[in-house]
Design a protein. Sequence first.
Length: 480
Amino acid sequence: MSLTRILVADDEESMRWVLSKALKRKGFSVDLAIDGRQALAMIQDNSYDLAILDIKMPGISGLDLLDKVREQKKELLVVIMTAEASMKNAVEAMKRGAYDYITKPFDLDVIDAIIEKVARAREVAGQVTMLKQELKDRYQVEKNIIGNSPAMREVYKTIGKVAVSDVTVLVQGESGTGKELVARAVHFNSGRLGKPFVAINCAAIPKELLESELFGSEKGAFTGAVERKLGKFEQANQGTLFLDEIGDMPLDLQAKILRVLQEREVTRTGGNQSIPVDVRIVAATNQELMEKVRQKEFREDLFYRLNVVPINLVPLRERREDIPQLVQYFLNRVCTEMDVPTKQCSDEAMTVLTGHSWPGNVRELENAIKRAVILSNDQLLTGDDFSGLEPVSGVEPAGSKDASLEVIVDGKLRACLKGIEQLEKGEIHSMVLEQVERPLIRIILEKTRWNQVKAADILGINRNTLRKKISELGIELKRD
Ligand SMILES: Nc1ncnc2c1ncn2[C@@H]1O[C@H](COP(=O)(O)OP(=O)(O)OP(=O)(O)O)[C@@H](O)[C@H]1O
Ligand SMILES: [Mg+2]
């Protein structure tokens, strides 16, 4: 986005001549207008990058022209030339939205300097727009956080709701469930996009260092503090500070954090000056923070300060319906990154993946896919490529959190429907439903000792419906 087209408007011919010559020599394309009216017409008909307007022209003055430009061509930058070095005119020009002003007579260097400044500003503006778009793309919730389970949909809703405000968010979930991903999504969907997102892992930094990492330190605050250091709060100013593993924050520091959150200012270690900070906090933990509060290991007041809006990330084993989508996503991503054609998962492999208990959650799944893609020479990944994973064995006892009926059925169905081409048109739906319905009714009848009234009650269907189904499904009635 470089600067190319410039309009010069001045009723003084010598001025037009000088400017035009100087600018053309620099390689710009220059148009000239002899008064305000002509300048306005040219501005409306062309797209200039910069207009240099004399303040005093017959017809429309430079300032009136400036007003019109601000209304009609917002992106056009205007430099106003004034004859007398009057402060009033200069102030007026800037107030009405001029980019800069120059007083006549001027040295051509002044023009050069302004043009350079404009060019740089435009370049930066262009880069910022691009960067913002890029960041937005990277962190568009729908593109980067995968999963369509009710639990995840709830998460997206909350991200959307909290993004516009500055409320503090506490993200809780087991390791690898995507807490950092969610924290970033909150930031990159907020008005603080384009401002820093600063993360600090409270568990990874030794206790003695954590304080100065967070709040900064003055030169000489302690041995080794050879220069002033900005803390994470200051680094994150106007942006978002992600306090990761907040559950591991030592109690004395918890008190300090609380004070910063209340007073919105920090004091560097070894300093005595309060520095105001404007920071949005997103905290995360994989521990039961409320339990830590009960154990007096985490300050209750801080907990409530942080937990203004909680986002709870459910373990992957409790939202297995997200697994196929995640698998596809990681296959695409990993293969693209490695620059190999996208591999696919066989049905059998998918059964293994949906059946695994994923103690390491999404991160573990991501790593499993990476490993399989790297190690396998085939286009199609099979169950063997995931043999390191523990499958869920057989049918789980009722009430088990580890595998829902749906997952088991999903796995079995995939296996059964392998030869799908051989099935007759239109018979799958009723065939599958029959095979699920028949055992269901038989089991309930057995449990109620073949009492059809009770069974219908438990099943929640009408007695006549049950009778009809028994005969249609060919269920053999028994009596104990
Ligand atoms: N829903 C998801 N969709 C896509 N990728 C995900 C999802 N959840 C997690 N990931 C990916 O899994 C990995 C782990 O996620 P993240 O680092 O956010 O987890 P975490 O909860 O912060 O884990 P820990 O507690 O171990 O720090 C990352 O590579 C992340 O991109
Ligand atoms: Mg994390």
